[in-house]
Design a protein around this ligand. Sequence first.
Ligand code: SF4
Length: 376
Amino acid sequence: MKDIGIYIHIPYCKRKCSYCNFHFSTNFSTKDDLISSILLEIQARKHEAQDMRVSSIYFGGGTPSVLNSIELNRIFDMLLQHYQLGEGIEISFEMNPDDVVSSYVKELVRTPINRISLGVQSFHDSELQFMNRVHDANVSNESIRLLQDFGYRNLTIDLIYGVPQSSTETWAANLNKLLEYNLNHFSAYLLTVEDRTKLSFDVKNSSVKMVTDEIAIEQMNYLLDFAEASGFEAYEISNFAKEGYRAIHNSNYWKGIPYLGFGPSAHSYDGVNRRANISHNLDYIKAVSTGLDYFDIEILSNKNRCNEFLMLNLRKIEGIDLALLEENFTAYFPRIYKIFQQYLVSGDVIEKINFISLTKKGRMISDKIISDLFEV
Ligand code: SF4
């Protein structure tokens, strides 16, 4: 039986973080109707997972921890009724630290959720305020302690580096918290300026100055050294795990395993084509409840598939399987391999047993390498 993943997008946040351009709303008035629509979508698309085993479920957002336990259990009841959930399934749930209160966690431990992804971002008040996060550093710390007290060992936190005014010392203090709490997994992202965010507005009008490339590289270098010295495997460009704690859901995504995405803005992939749900809460609710189309299908050309293969695989520690690349994308292979040769010479990639992967130096310019490799 083939594996499939499920992603559920909960598009609500209490506040707009200054850097975020994900799909979410701070207006909760549509929440009841939206959950009913997600339940309808889950039910309506069961045939897409027929004879398949669900190996992972991921609640992302937005902020899934705005769901109460009754709403969560309605979603689980619907999934259990219509899908075959595999043994050992990973069920991840994104939480914001301010939602981690004991009355809520007490309810969560009674659900099938077995992995928590906590949006900590920083343990410094000044950085959290800069990012317009709802929580402060005290809550970042408390939330981890509380989840651990309730027995969550499969707990990952998100951290952001390259925040204006940050230094290698402030970044090191954030990373050291992983050791203090003996965490087994974390994700680390460089702060980037996305369109249509407050950060982009502030950078454009010069009220905010981003860190220089040198500082960003210094912090990235520190991150990689820290991970290596502390027993975290950098198994993907932004993801770090102790042995046995790699994220199943994301790893399956990088392997090209199909997934179904429910909720506004959620994407799905059936192994051939991609589909994107409409990124508008009210339009999604209206369309799902009246049987209208609420998604676009993107038919992936061979070139699109090749680009995706290069991007997803080069981000992984294992790198690109050259035999697989040649077999699936024969026409493009000579050009791509020639580009790899240049990066081999510059020391940005290495070739090992027919796999090409990024070196530490190459990780710093991964976006450039990937765009050079792309077929246009
Ligand atoms: S970063 Fe997370 S919590 Fe903040 S606005 Fe974006 S989705 Fe919401």
